[in-house]
Each structure stands twice: as C-alpha cells, then as structure tokens.
Ligand binder design. Structure first.
Ligand code: E4P
Length: 218
C-alpha cells in the first residue's frame, strides 16, 4: 500500500519524507489556504517546492468547474513538474476532463467521491486515482470503509487499473482497515501516520533492554 501525506505543510511533508516511507502528497484548496498559500504564483511555486521534497505523485487540484477551465488549469499544473497529478472534482465536467487528460497520458485523481457509482465513472474515464472520502462519510453516520470495500470489489471484477486512494483519513485504524481491504493508497495527516509507530509494549521493552545493557556495562 502506498502512503501519501495529506497536507500542504512543508515541515510535515519533510518529516514524513525523512521517515523514508512516503510515496506522494495530496493537497486541496482548503489545505493550501490553511498554510496561507494564496495567489496563482505562490500556489504554483508551492507545488514545485513539494515536488522537490518528495519523489512521487503530487496531487494538485483545479479550481475551475467547467471543462475548458479544468483543461486550462490542469495543463498549466501538469507543465509545472512531471510528478503533478491533476485533481478533478467528481462532477460531469470533471469526468470529461479526466477522460481528456487520461487520453493525453496525464495522471488524474478524481476527488470528492462518496459512492460506488461515482468511483465506477472515474474508472471508466481512465482516472489514475479515485479518492473516496472515508472520514467525511463516517462523519455523517455512513460506512466509509464499506465504500472502499465496494469500490475494491467493482474494480477487481473488471480489472480497472484506477488506484483506490483512501482519503479523509482520521486515525490510525482507518489506515489499518484500508490495508486489510486492499486500498492501493492512503492519504493521511502526519499524526495518523506517526500514530502507527506507537505501542506501549515497544516503549516498555526498549526501556528494559537499555536498562539491562546499562547494568551489564557499567
Ligand atoms: C485528499 O485528497 C482530500 O482532499 C482530503 O483527504 C480530505 O480530507 P478531510 O475530509 O479531512 O478534509
């Protein structure tokens, strides 16, 4: 399973990259705004900086909601760096743009996916990634993991190559459950990735090993 970090925060991206397990980055307009990255040039430069930190796919989301606008923005983003993946909203115009980019060999990530039918359309349009929003479904008392299972089944039935990128991850168990289901990728905040490291028995065991070493080597 690939690990992407879901942030536009450069320090957090560097920290995850330093761990040696990072395969890519996802951003969205809210995450960019949270870091105070505003204005066309600043946004484009920020994507370039992220591409220089991480070797892997970097999702950059279009703002336009019409086909022509998405194509214009997506082409400018794709020209920035070969690692850029064009993130498109799951609306009719987004599906048209997805088909357009996939025919040109440009990677896409269809985002804001909340149903199996939407994921099926994204795969038909040749999306590189489909992003079902796990946590946001859980937030409204709907089974987010159940959706990942449904998409896995459908994609496996037909051999679709679109990768399931489980998004809107809220905690470590989401990551573990996605791995059990067979999601191809998770994109997660740094805190949930780092949370996977923790176990009290590891800490207790390490403290004992070090104490025993100290006793024998004084
Ligand atoms: C990533 O591609 C999504 O934009 C992101 O995971 C959404 O997460 P949120 O529901 O925590 O905002």
């Amino acid at each position: 399973m690939k690990f992407f970090i879901d942030t536009a925060n450069l320090d957090q991206i560097r920290e995850a990259e330093a761990l040696g397990i990072l395969d890519g980055v996802t951003t969205n307009p809210s995450l960019m705004a949270k870091e105070g990255i505003t204005g066309y040039d600043n946004i484009m430069n920020h994507y370039k900086t992220i591409c220089e930190i991480v070797e892997g796919d970097i999702s950059a989301e279009v703002i336009a909601t019409d086909f022509e606008g998405m194509v214009r923005e997506g082409e400018a983003l794709a020209a920035l760096h070969p690692q850029i993946v064009i993130k498109l909203p799951m609306i009719a115009e987004g599906i048209k743009a997805c088909k357009y980019f996939s025919e040109k060999g440009i990677k896409t990530n269809v985002t804001l996916v909340f149903s199996a039918g939407q994921a099926l359309l994204a795969a038909k349009a040749g999306a590189t990634y489909v992003s079902p929003f796990l946590g946001r479904l859980d937030d409204v008392s709907t089974d987010g993991l159940g959706l990942i299972e449904e998409i896995r089944l459908i994609y496996d039935n037909y051999g679709y190559e679109t990768e399931i990128l489980a998004a809107s991850i809220r905690h470590t168990m989401h990551i573990i459950d996605c791995a059990k289901i067979g999601a191809d990728v998770i994109t997660s905040p740094l805190s949930s990735i780092m949370g996977l490291l923790n176990h009290p028995l590891t800490d207790i065991g390490l403290a004992k090993f070090l104490a025993d070493y100290k006793k024998g080597n004084q």
